[in-house]
Design a protein around this ligand. Structure first.
Ligand SMILES: Cc1cc2nc3c(=O)[nH]c(=O)nc-3n(C[C@H](O)[C@H](O)[C@H](O)COP(=O)(O)OP(=O)(O)OC[C@H]3O[C@@H](n4cnc5c(N)ncnc54)[C@H](O)[C@@H]3O)c2cc1C
Length: 381
């Protein structure tokens, strides 16, 4: 049993688990801690393309596959150029992130990687974890497993960000690799919030993703129809080959993940509510939350102190409430958002770094009956 006892166990070696482990490995304070990372997957595939914005350079730059200083938002009615500096929009392939993180963490003898699927967890004096292969125990668990209650009927407002993307290559040059497309609404699936996202890698190579923010999911065939239509009718590309595909679902939800934290279990990543409910982004939010969590542990505070911001949770709730009830409004909402605010103001707001006067200005740009109704409806909930 002693062999399988640790100070900390991190269940899940995904984005949150590995960012947290990297932060432990980089800080001498945690050198004395025996830490295990348990995952059911060896994390050797390229299953996600992570994009995020940030100012200037950062510790992630060595992993960046491609970055852009210019973007665009297209709605048909409006074609808005987005000049990002001092921000850039950066893309990291998950395979590169997993390989880098694992190699870095393995240089520290206090870490153990374990391939196992955790079936159950019990919280007593220590935390006991029961896996398919073995049992383990620890003093504190950092847990990226999504609470089962999330999948049961509940009172939260939830929509799904779901998408399929193709990395395509063309013989002739078609793309301007210096500018990515945040959202292109020229093609939509019925009356839903759906758009195309384009990340050009070179003049002959681009990652094209058809994305929905909707209460419903669709058959695979729908993504294929929309991707083919976008490539042939909007981009006017006749011949291309698909070299990679990506498919995913990100919950956009007001589900109270933070209620699942206990004294000895800290939920992390999606399971901890670290994915921004109104956008589905979490790469940079994870970095921020990990920084706060590390500071809390070093100051012997509760790991989750200051991890959640009620103000921004409320703003996200208003937004989700509108999209869940009036899904056809997405195009109009984002058109207002991108035409009336600068990318710098938008990024600051989405990074939850704005004060109330800036928040009000941003929200003013979305001023409409739907938002007023959602604002009042959620005020006292
Ligand atoms: C395809 C895709 C693309 C995305 N793109 C972006 C983006 O561009 N920018 C952005 O900011 N966010 C993006 N996101 C959202 C978010 O950043 C990711 O979902 C992110 O991976 C969440 O981190 P996580 O650690 O919570 O989950 P994951 O990275 O999914 O990691 C969870 C880990 O837990 C393991 N696990 C689960 N259950 C068990 C168990 N019982 N026992 C053992 N191991 C277990 C899994 O194998 C997995 O490795 C994307 C999400 C998806 C799905």
């Amino acid at each position: 049993m002693q062999k399988n006892h640790f100070d900390y166990i991190i269940a899940g070696n995904g984005l949150a688990g590995l960012q947290l482990a990297l932060a432990f490995a980089e800080d001498d304070f945690f050198k004395v801690k025996k830490i295990a990372l348990i995952d059911k997957s060896p994390k050797i595939e390229n299953d996600k393309t992570w994009c995020f914005w940030e100012k200037g350079s950062s510790k992630w730059d060595k992993l960046v596959f491609k970055s852009w200083k210019k973007g665009k938002f297209i709605s048909g009615k409006k074609n808005i150029g987005l000049s990002l500096p001092p921000y850039s929009y950066k893309m990291i392939r998950s395979f590169d992130f997993y390989s880098f993180a694992k190699q870095k963490i393995k240089q520290n003898s206090n870490f153990t990687f374990i391939l196992d699927e955790i079936d159950s967890v019990e919280e007593e004096e220590n935390i006991s974890l029961h896996g398919k292969e073995n049992s383990y125990s620890c003093k504190h668990l950092f847990d990226s497993r999504i609470p089962k209650d999330f999948f049961k009927p509940n009172n939260s407002i939830s929509i799904q960000q779901h998408f399929k993307g193709w990395m395509i290559e063309t013989e002739k040059p078609y793309f301007d690799a210096s500018e990515f497309t945040m959202m292109d609404y020229r093609l939509q699936w019925k009356d839903s919030t759906s758009f195309t996202y384009v990340l050009p890698i070179s003049s002959t190579k681009a990652f094209i993703e058809f994305t929905f923010f909707t209460p419903f999911l669709v058959e695979d065939e729908v993504y294929h129809i929309m991707l083919k239509k976008y490539i042939s009718e909007i981009l006017k590309i006749k011949n291309f080959s698909i070299t990679e595909t990506e498919k995913g679902i990100i919950p956009m939800t007001t589900f109270p993940f933070e209620n699942y934290n206990t004294k000895k279990i800290t939920k992390i990543g999606t399971a901890g509510g670290w994915v921004k409910a109104s956008t589905g982004y979490s790469f940079k939010a994870t970095e921020k939350k990990v920084g706060q969590l590390i500071e809390n542990l070093k100051e012997f505070r509760s790991p989750t102190e200051n991890l959640y911001d009620k103000k921004f949770q409320y703003y996200d709730k208003i937004f989700l409430s509108v999209l869940a009830r009036e899904n056809q409004k997405g195009k109009w909402i984002f058109e207002q958002f991108y035409s009336k605010n600068s990318p710098q103001e938008i990024f600051l707001y989405l990074d939850e770094e704005t004060e109330i006067p800036q928040d009000l200005r941003i929200m003013g740009s979305l001023f409409s009956i739907a938002f007023i109704k959602a604002f009042l409806k959620n005020l006292f909930k």
